[in-house]
Every structure is written in structure tokens, then in C-alpha cells.
Design a protein around this ligand. Structure first.
Ligand SMILES: Nc1nc2c(ncn2[C@@H]2O[C@H](COP(=O)(O)OP(=O)(O)OP(=O)(O)O)[C@@H](O)[C@H]2O)c(=O)[nH]1
Ligand SMILES: [Mg+2]
Length: 372
């Protein structure tokens, strides 16, 4: 669908569109779906006028028809805009950025939060503008600081948080990933060293987008390919938002386990294969969980502890949620702009009405030159 808007939209449409019915397009009523031909290219399409200066051209499937029409439309009278630029003109930059984020929301929970921000963020910016224009810079700064305090939360409404599972070989990392996502994403085998590469899967826990990553088992004696996998695993662990270290509860807690734990410094610790303890004696070990650091007991085999693990991941990643009326910057760009306003306000002279007005204009336009 191509939107054509602006004072010249009507004459552009009338010059190019011929309805199939006998009535010329200039005489058809608004809010009517009109079928016809785009005369210069011969495309069949539908034109809908939603208000005086705003038309929708609905092309048939694929992108060929819309590309041909856009190419023909581009002239000194018509300028092509990206969806974000188009929304910026009609809704303002702050709102258009939220619309863009909304189109990328992958869960109902994040979509609902972003929908609320469509109202909250512009409303809060207006209150801040009032403060700036009336000389209450300090009040504006504290409101801006409060909004910026939620920037990490806001960014992750569209960017999944990274959760990495690591541990020694054969402890059940891949099996746990499969149990959490609900299908056989990663290869599972009883031979230690099965996972060689970093394997990621996007999912959502409690409505929060998450990227789960499986890694090669950490050990020193390994062949060349496995060693590369282990290096990649360590890099992944370094950069993760949340580190989960998995141990095999059916094996006695060892010096290697202790070293792995120290290397990873996990946010969550898991003792997997607890089904073996409950069938006590399967491996002939005297199993004790008392000598181990505290962790969640799971079984990828039976599903025990998986819900608890998922819940813990959600709580650790998002320990607190904002109050319902809190405005949130939803992208790094928005945070940068808000921080810029804070810095300008902090350095503006106390009685500098002119400086304050220019800050207000800048904030209103979202840090861009005002649109013509
Ligand atoms: N009984 C039992 N067996 C499990 C459990 N989790 C995994 N296994 C078995 O343990 C073996 C290793 O599982 P993987 O998931 O491949 O282990 P991994 O940690 O990914 O191993 P690497 O990729 O080699 O590092 C397989 O035979 C699994 O079936 C569990 O909770 N209980
Ligand atoms: Mg594996």
C-alpha cells in the first residue's frame, strides 16, 4: 500500500488514476473504495481517499506493482519517504519511533507496553516542555532523569536479552535448551563435546523476548575444532545479559566444577539430571547435594524444575517493572536525545529564556530540525 499525502496529493491521483466505473475520480465521494487503472503503468489497483489530502493506493500482490508506481510517482512534485519518515510528519518523531518499535514487538506483553508509550511518552515530553518554557529547569531535569532510568528496559522491549547456558561437557545444556523452547533445537548426545558451535534461539519467557544460546562444553583437553568452539563459548559468556551454568547432579561435585563456577561467575546455577538422584543409585554414586553451591534442581529428561528455571530467568532479567504511568525511552536514539536535553539544561544560564526556548524547540522536534 502506498500512502500519498499533502496538498497536491489529489491532483497527482486524479492525473494518473482512471476508475473502471464511468464516473471520473474527481467526482467520487471520499471514503469509497474505487477500483481502476494507474494509467501510465497499466496496473489494476484500488484507490481509497481517507481524508482530503490523504490517499491510499492498494496494489495487488508482490512488490513489482508498487515499485513501478513509486518509480513513476517520484518527481519534483512527489517525494518518497520511508514509513518512519512518513509517520514522523503525521505523528511527530517520538510517536513515529514508538510505532516503528511496535511493528517489531514480538510478544503481547511488549506490544502492550509500547502501545501505552504512544500516549505516555509524548504526554510526558509536553509536561517537560512546560517546565522548560516556564523556567523550571530542575523539575524538567529530574523528570528526564527518571525517564532515562528506564532506557535499558525500553531497549529490550524490541531487542531480546541474551541468556547463555554454559558448563562442562555432557551436563545437559543442549537438552535444557530443548526443554525450554519446547522442541529439538540443539543436538543432544551422550558423547561429551557434542555441541561445537554457538547455537541460538529466540523465544519469550513470561512475555519478555529472550535469545537463548547453547555453547560448547567447557574443558581444557579438547581437539582443535572443539577448542575453537570453547573460545566462542567464552566470548558469548562475556557478553551475555544473563549467565546460566549447568552442572550434572548425578556426578560428585569436583575441583573442575569449582573452577568452571569461578570462571563463569553465573547469575543462575543449575544442577541438572535430578531424575537420576530420585532413581537413586542408578549411577552407583552416593549422591549428595549438600556439598554443592545452591542452585535449581532440574531434569531436562522429565521437565522437573524447568518452569522454575524459566521463572527465575524472567525475575533475574527484569527484577522490577516501571509504574503504569511511567514514560520510557524505547530506543538508544531516544535516550541519547533526552540525555542531550539534560546536559543542555544543566549548562544553560538560570535566566537564559532564549536558551530555554531553543532547548524546548529542539526537544519538541525530537532533536531534528523542525519539519517543513
Ligand atoms: N537422565 C538424564 N539425562 C540427561 C538429562 N539431560 C541430559 N541428559 C543426557 O545427557 C547426555 C548429554 O546431554 P546434552 O544435552 O547433549 O549435554 P551437553 O551439556 O549439551 O553436552 P555437550 O554439548 O557435549 O557439552 C545425553 O545423553 C542426554 O540425553 C537429564 O536431565 N536427565
Ligand atoms: Mg550440547
Amino acid at each position: 500500500m502506498i500512502s500519498v499525502t499533502g496538498p497536491e496529493a489529489q491532483s497527482v491521483i486524479e492525473a494518473n488514476f482512471t476508475p473502471i466505473c464511468d464516473t471520473p475520480y474527481s467526482q467520487t465521494a471520499p471514503r469509497k473504495i474505487v477500483y481502476g487503472i494507474w494509467t501510465p503503468t497499466g496496473e489494476d489497483l484500488i484507490v481509497y481517499r481517507s481524508c482530503t489530502d490523504n490517499f491510499e493506493i492498494h496494489c495487488h500482490g508482490g512488490t513489482a506493482a508498487s515499485t513501478a508506481i513509486l518509480k513513476h510517482l517520484n518527481s519534483d512534485r512527489v517525494q518518497e519517504l520511508t514509513p518512519l519518515e512518513f509517520k514522523t510528519i503525521s505523528q511527530g518523531l517520538w510517536k513515529s519511533e514508538i510505532f516503528e518499535a511496535l511493528s517489531k514487538a514480538s510478544t503481547h506483553r511488549t506490544a502492550k507496553i509500547l502501545l501505552n508509550q504512544l500516549k505516555l511518552l509524548p504526554e510526558n515530553i509536553n509536561t517537560i516542555l512546560d517546565d522548560v518554557e516556564s523556567g523550571h529547569s530542575q523539575a524538567a531535569i529530574s523528570k528526564l532523569e527518571r525517564i532515562c532510568g528506564w532506557s535499558d528496559y525500553g531497549i529490550h522491549l524490541t531487542q531480546p536479552r541474551s541468556v547463555v547456558l554454559c558448563g562442562r561437557p555432557n551436563v545437559g545444556k543442549s537438552s535444557l535448551i530443548n526443554a525450554m523452547v519446547g522442541y529439538q533445537r540443539a543436538i543432544v548426545h551422550d558423547a561429551p563435546g557434542t555441541t561445537r558451535d554457538v547455537v541460538s534461539q529466540q523465544t519469550a519467557f513470561d512475555g519478555w523476548p529472550v535469545e537463548l544460546t547453547d555453547t560448547a562444553g567447557l574443558r581444557t583437553s579438547a581437539n582443535e575444532i572443539e577448542a575453537i568452539g570453547i573460545q566462542k563459548a567464552k566470548a558469548e559468556i562475556e557478553s551475555a545479559d544473563l549467565k546460566i551454568c549447568v552442572f550434572d547432579v548425578a556426578e560428585p561435585w569436583s575441583a573442575e566444577d569449582e573452577a568452571t563456577c569461578a570462571l563463569v561467575a553465573p547469575d543462575i546455577l543449575i544442577h541438572n539430571k535430578c531424575d537420576i538422584i530420585s532413581n537413586s543409585g542408578t549411577k552407583g554414586h552416593n549422591i549428595s547435594t549438600q556439598s554443592r553451591p545452591e542452585g535449581i534442581l532440574t531434569s531436562a529428561e522429565t521437565g522437573v524444575g524447568i518452569d522454575q528455571l524459566i521463572e527465575r530467568i524472567g525475575q533475574t532479567l527484569i527484577p522490577k517493572t516501571p509504574p503504569p504511568d511511567q514514560a520510557i525511552p524505547i530506543s538508544p536514539k531516544q535516550t541519547v536525545r533526552l540525555r542531550e536535553v539534560i546536559s543542555q539544561l544543566s549548562t544553560a544560564p538560570p535566566n537564559g529564556a532564549e536558551e530555554r526556548n531553543s532547548i524546548a524547540t529542539w526537544l519538541r522536534s525530537g532533536g531534528n530540525e523542525p519539519q517543513e
